[in-house]
Ligand binder design. Structure first.
Ligand code: PLP
Ligand code: TYF
Length: 390
């Protein structure tokens, strides 16, 4: 039967990991896949995570099955961090633990496709390259609009609003909660409010993807957009990832929250989510969520985690400032948020960066700013100049 299969392309972002690993140059620089690195170039396990793991080794009572919805204590402990104090009432906003933010996006897609198979999914471009295929996999029609101009490093808010005005009631609008992947260009407070008002007036359903809370400005500031829109619309989906802000990447830790307009509808939503999860992964992996729970249940661990998230954000902002001060034409990078910025470079220039300078960025021109050491900013800028990309 497998004769009929066509060879499929590999994930270009994940391919960079292997290509960089195989490179023997000692001064190579990996700005490919989105992981945070410290000034020494490593992705260490957070102090609070290590402490929580020691706590779990000593105290976790069982490895028995959790249940389809995962650990409700985990999803409840995250609520105040995401939605603010007393926000995200569980009786109106059911939450379910998922394998990472990626699992939450897929599960949300399944729910939308079941509830309203003819809903269109509106996606600003460029976006995370997995967004479109995830929603196409659940047979939703994806409508793209231009979100950013890479040559000027600007967000095209008017184009975005003009596109979304074409959406019909019941359509879904995918929004990056903060730290836009791949551009680092985030909506400001007034723009979030305008999008919220449009969604509310025209019956559009926001699907917010919040995968980098805390790595932009702060845990609170990075949730501002979500909270602005959350309080203004009756229905919303939120895909949340703990994989970056807790440094748990491979533990696949995340959650999906869905705001419904009544407790009855919320119960229906929860039971539908459970059915979709059961036929997808049955039950989510435990370890990452158990770590997050152990951190958030112990005030001294939570305080240390918050301090570590703040340190990560500070380092990312320092790298951004270093790039901008080494190259005036890249000054916009200092005003972008999170791990990524997307340079307007050709495939040939990306290849030349790799072969001639040992610097790895995504084929699209996206670079993981958080992979750069502050001291290497001048070298990156010199390499970009040498390939004609400044
Ligand atoms: N959404 C965006 C925008 C991302 O960049 C990522 C990256 O990993 C995810 C979702 C998924 O995160 P996770 O690794 O938790 O699946
Ligand atoms: O965009 C990134 O680099 C991160 C990590 O299939 C990632 O979001 C990349 C590709 C992928 C899953 C996660």
């Amino acid at each position: 039967m497998f004769e009929s299969l066509k060879p499929m392309p590999a994930d270009p972002l994940l391919q960079i990991i292997a290509a960089h690993r195989a490179d023997t140059r000692s001064d190579k620089i990996d700005l490919g896949v989105g992981v945070f690195r410290d000034e020494a170039g490593g992705t260490p396990i957070l102090r609070a995570v290590k402490a929580a793991e020691r706590y779990l080794v000593a105290n976790q009572p069982t490895k028995g099955y959790l249940g389809i919805e995962g650990d409700p204590v985990f999803t409840d402990l995250l609520r105040p961090i995401i939605f603010g104090k007393n926000g995200g009432d569980a009786s109106l906003v059911p939450g379910i633990q998922t394998p990472g933010g990626g699992g939450a996006l897929r599960l949300g897609g399944e729910l939308i496709a079941t509830a309203r198979p003819d809903a269109k999914l509106w996606l600003g471009t460029p976006s995370w390259p997995n967004h479109r295929p995830i929603f196409e996999a659940v047979k939703l029609e994806v409508r793209e609009y231009r979100f950013a101009d890479l040559t000027t490093q600007t967000l095209l808010f008017d184009e975005m609003m003009a596109a979304l005005r074409q959406a019909s009631a019941g359509d879904v609008v995918l929004l990056h909660g903060c730290c836009h992947n791949p551009t680092g260009l985030d909506l400001n407070h007034d723009q979030w409010r305008e999008v919220a008002d449009l969604c509310s007036a025209n019956g559009l359903i926001p699907f917010v993807d919040l995968a980098y809370q805390g790595l932009g400005e702060s845990l609170e500031a990075d949730a501002m957009g979500l909270r602005t829109i959350f309080e203004r619309v009756p229905e919303l989906l939120l895909a949340y990832s703990c994989d970056k802000n807790f440094g748990l990447y491979r533990e696949r830790t995340g959650a999906l929250y869905v705001k419904a307009s009544s407790a009855d509808l919320a119960r229906n939503v929860a039971s539908n989510l459970a059915v979709h999860a059961r036929v997808s992964w049955s039950m989510p992996p435990d370890h990452g969520a158990a770590v997050v729970r152990a951190i958030l249940e112990q005030p001294e661990l939570e305080a240390d985690w918050q301090a570590e998230v703040a340190e990560m954000g500070q380092r990312i902002r320092a790298v951004r400032r270093a790039i901008a001060s080494a190259a005036p034409s890249l000054s916009a990078i200092a005003h972008e948020y999170g791990l990524f910025s997307n340079l307007a470079v050709s495939r040939e220039q990306v290849d030349a960066l790799r072969t001639e300078h040992g610097i790895y960025i995504a084929p699209s021109g996206r670079m993981n700013v958080a992979g750069l050491k502050v001291e290497d900013a001048p070298r990156l800028v010199a390499a970009l100049d040498a390939i004609g990309a400044l």
